[in-house]
Design a protein around this ligand. Structure first.
Ligand SMILES: [Cu+2]
Length: 349
């Protein structure tokens, strides 16, 4: 009777809790997300092997050894049970070993920096987190968009991610892994959508007042033709994302609408990353300093104390896009203690 009375609210609660899964990490639409969901489920079940018996035994023992029991044997000298020792050590050890193996393997399989193995040529997207909006630059198409990300389904997407503000975390829950966006460095993420659809994109890292509106739609188009149509639509916009336009865009704004830029100044992403490099403070202690001499003359560097490096970058008009890439590569040794700082090394492009 009790169970029957309880069943309605319990079912309602369960339905309510599961409703939260829709569109989230437990409703994945991409291979990375699917693998991660399976990992979550397997790890949870493995841990429940311990948790569930403990809950039942807690209740059972509390009742069995309650005050006023009549038939139980009182054994105050009881000290050791080999059977119990075996159970409480062997079971967790086995679970920890299995979890360890699974975690080790999946951590390497799902490494966000690892390019996905796929026949289709990946789409490159450069992501910049701003206050409070997301900028997506398509270097291969020379276009950019704000708060709208498009790519074809069943085609891997290679993200290069930075921030022009506080630390954020780039996250499309239904596609899997999130990764931090940080000023002055570039992180990487590789995702794929297994089916077309519009997925919610967020920052998984609180960044102040306009954070709630810092959302974007990740549109996985059904075909590459649909994606090309989207690219064409963006290209039709006359405005160019150059340094001036970018500075306006980078101003704080909340609930920013979707915006398109029909063309983008070359090397925009590197410009954004390099704004935070202060060679005077960072590079003096750097190994491989001599590598810089080809590009910068050292006297010049020393006189840059306190100077905005962005200005320095603008002044260096002689630097082609490729040089800018190399230049930003110089930033990585100063961050060499952190894994995610590899702006230059190991890049497949
Ligand atoms: Cu960092």
């Amino acid at each position: 009777m009790l169970i029957r009375n309880l069943s309605k609210p319990v079912l309602a609660a369960l339905a309510f809790m599961l409703a939260g899964c829709e569109g989230g990490v437990l409703d994945p639409k991409g291979q990375i997300g699917i693998d991660e969901k399976n990992l979550i489920i397997v790890a949870t079940l493995l841990m429940l092997i311990v948790v569930i018996p403990v809950i039942f035994m807690t209740l059972y023992f509390a009742w069995k050894y309650r005050d006023g029991r009549d038939e139980e044997i009182y054994a105050p000298k009881w000290a050791h049970s080999t059977a119990i020792e075996v159970v409480v050590w062997v079971v967790p050890i086995i679970i920890v070993i299995i979890l360890g193996v699974i975690t080790w393997n999946s951590t390497h399989d799902l490494d966000p920096y690892k390019p996905l193995v796929h026949d289709a040529k990946p789409v490159k997207v450069e992501v910049v987190s701003l206050d409070w909006k997301w900028l997506f630059i398509y270097p291969e198409y020379g276009i950019a968009s704000v708060n709208e990300l498009a790519f074809p389904a069943n085609v891997p997407v290679n993200f290069k991610i930075t921030s022009d503000t506080a630390m954020n975390s780039f996250f499309i829950p239904q596609l899997g892994s999130q990764i931090y966006s940080m000023a002055g460095m570039a992180t990487k993420l590789h995702l794929i959508a297994n089916e077309p659809g519009t997925f919610e994109g967020i920052s998984a890292n609180y960044s102040g007042a306009g954070f709630a509106g810092m959302k974007f739609n990740a549109i996985a188009t059904a075909t590459t033709g649909d994606f090309d149509a989207w690219v064409a639509k963006v290209k039709q916009q006359g405005n160019t994302l150059d340094v001036e336009q970018y500075k306006q865009l980078a101003q704080k704004s909340e609930n920013n609408p979707v915006q398109y830029y029909g063309s983008v100044q070359k090397g925009m992403f590197n410009y954004i990353v390099m704004q935070y490099m202060h060679p005077d403070s960072n590079m003096k202690s750097m190994d491989g300093m001599e590598n810089m001499e080809g590009m910068h003359d050292m006297g010049n560097m020393k006189s840059m104390s306190g100077m905005d490096h962005a200005k320095h970058m603008q002044n260096m008009e002689h630097m082609a896009d490729k040089d800018a890439e190399k230049h930003s590569g110089l930033s990585s040794p100063s961050h060499s203690t952190t894994e995610h700082s590899s702006t230059a090394s190991g890049e497949a492009e």
